[in-house]
Design a protein around this ligand. Structure first.
Ligand code: HEM
Length: 107
């Protein structure tokens, strides 16, 4: 929940109070530390591994919203988000059509 509040503060016109912790003054600039957010073991079971199961529907449902911001957010978020996503999907679909993949993790 704190992360959501933190992100909302990016646009939020009033101070935000974290009980017993901090007060973010209205209009302050926040820098979202994506690297730390995306490797926080509170939210990611295998924070330092390539672990696609992080993105299974159950895993997503069990994680608070706001834990994953690959393109950042807010007024300085990535303007290439849509383009970047389309390029990645195009690349993946091209590879899947062209090559046969197998799981060799047990070897
Ligand atoms: C998978 C691909 C991409 C990822 C993960 C990504 C991620 C990001 C992130 C996290 C930021 C914010 C950086 C910060 O807060 O300091 C950003 C900013 C930016 N991105 Fe991307 N990006 C991607 C692709 C692209 C593409 C394809 C373009 C352009 C065609 C692009 C253009 C920009 C620009 C211009 C900014 C600066 C926005 C600003 O400061 O107002 N990005 N990107």
């Amino acid at each position: 929940m704190q992360i959501l509040n933190f992100l909302n503060a990016y646009f939020y016109p009033k101070p935000i109070f974290f009980p017993g912790e901090y007060t973010l003054p209205a209009g302050c600039t926040l820098y979202i530390r994506l690297h730390c957010l995306h490797r926080n073991p509170k939210f990611w079971s295998h924070p330092n591994e390539f672990y696609p199961d992080h993105f299974l529907s159950e895993a997503i449902a069990n994680r608070p919203k706001g834990c994953y911001f690959p393109f950042s957010a807010g007024p300085r978020g990535c303007p290439g988000k849509l383009y970047g996503t389309i390029v990645m999907k195009t690349l993946l679909s091209t590879l899947l059509r062209k090559y046969k993949f197998e799981d060799r993790s047990e070897i």
